[in-house]
Design a protein around this ligand. Structure first.
Ligand SMILES: Cc1cc2nc3c(=O)[nH]c(=O)nc-3n(C[C@H](O)[C@H](O)[C@H](O)COP(=O)(O)OP(=O)(O)OC[C@H]3O[C@@H](n4cnc5c(N)ncnc54)[C@H](O)[C@@H]3O)c2cc1C
Length: 302
């Protein structure tokens, strides 16, 4: 090995990995080091090693809800997408690893067995781990509602946690802190009395009709209580506003699209513009749903 190369302890480690292709925004410079473990034990070892290193660290799933700096990530990124196991445990319970694509869970398990809840998860991009961490969902329900327990890895070690309604809420949960790693979740489904395939097709078609198609993160902001972020932004006249290669979708104001090779700053400026306009006009502080990562750290915008 040449002298200037550092020996990393894992064969699944890779240096200088471009992050843009791993995100739905198609934005983000290279990670200094990426770890893509293939088993849960490898993931635990990789996580423990990553946490012992100096510099920024990030857990990345399907990249469908992140906006990452073009400057790149001067640290370690643990990518979960090779953790792809689904094990049927019996009695409608399934142990699902974090890298499983959520839509695969919906199609291969929920639709196959005609389980209830398809309307809450249909069409959400990304992985099961990301969906658990974000408690992704729709007006019909959310991911954590279908969980019996989760296995997480944090700086305190590996733990199994029983999931009850007190530890999750709208687009969030308290059992896996920011920077922790969801390893897998045990889902408990129940048979449905209606045709869930029709529900799935219905909601996919609705997304086609009502949501802009292209490079984005879905909804940029969470909906404030009893209102819609899209409505508030639209009422400020911001639909169609452009900054460089990014645009506030003329179709849905809570979507900021990368339609012409947008930079991180292009998107960020539109996020900030939306926030300040809504605050000024309505006195409402919109909270980002998208996870913004600049200089290696998650940014909470004021
Ligand atoms: C077109 C489009 C439509 C969308 N529609 C919806 C919708 O209807 N409802 C909805 O809720 N969301 C929606 N989203 C947002 C997004 O798909 C969800 O938030 C999704 O669950 C994120 O999963 P991911 O694997 O892509 O996570 P990533 O984008 O990779 O990561 C998001 C956050 O989760 C963390 N994370 C990811 N995996 C893990 C893990 N295993 N352990 C710990 N932390 C982890 C990351 O560190 C980051 O903070 C949409 C996005 C797009 C692009």
């Amino acid at each position: 090995m040449p002298q200037n190369m550092i020996a990393f302890p894992f064969e699944f480690a890779q240096e200088n990995v471009p992050l843009a292709p791993l995100t739905r925004y198609r934005i983000g410079g290279p990670a200094r080091l990426a770890l893509s473990p293939r088993t849960l034990d490898e993931a635990c070892a990789a996580y423990a090693w990553m946490m012992a290193q100096a510099g920024p660290r990030l857990v990345l799933g399907g990249g469908s809800n992140v906006l990452i700096d073009d400057q790149g990530f001067a640290g370690t990124v643990l990518i979960t997408t090779r953790l792809e196991g689904i094990v049927a445990l019996g009695e409608d319970r399934y142990r699902v690893e974090s890298g499983v694509v959520l839509d695969r869970l919906v199609r291969e398990v929920m639709l196959e067995r005609n389980y209830d809840g398809v309307g809450s998860l249909a069409g959400i991009p990304g992985t099961v781990g990301g969906a658990i961490f974000m408690n992704a969902g729709t007006v019909n329900g959310s991911t954590c509602e279908w969980l019996d327990e989760v296995e997480v890895m944090t700086p305190s070690g590996r733990a199994t946690i029983r999931v009850t309604p007190e530890i999750y809420g709208y687009r969030g949960q308290t059992f896996c802190p920011r920077g922790g790693l969801v390893l897998c979740g045990t889902f408990r489904f129940r048979p449905s009395f209606r045709e869930e395939r029709a529900v799935y097709d219905h909601y996919l078609q609705r997304r086609q009709e009502k949501q802009p198609q292209g490079d984005c993160c879905g909804s940029v902001f969470k909906n404030p209580p009893n209102d819609h972020a899209g409505r508030l932004i639209e009422s400020c006249g911001l639909k169609g506003t452009r900054c460089g290669g990014a645009i506030i979708s003329p179709m849905h104001a809570n979507f900021i699209m990368n339609d012409r090779h947008a930079t991180f700053d292009d998107v960020l400026q539109l996020i900030q513009l939306s926030k300040s306009a809504v605050r000024e006009r309505h006195g409402v502080d919109l909270q980002e749903e998208v996870v913004i990562i600049r200089n290696g750290v998650v940014v909470d915008l004021a």
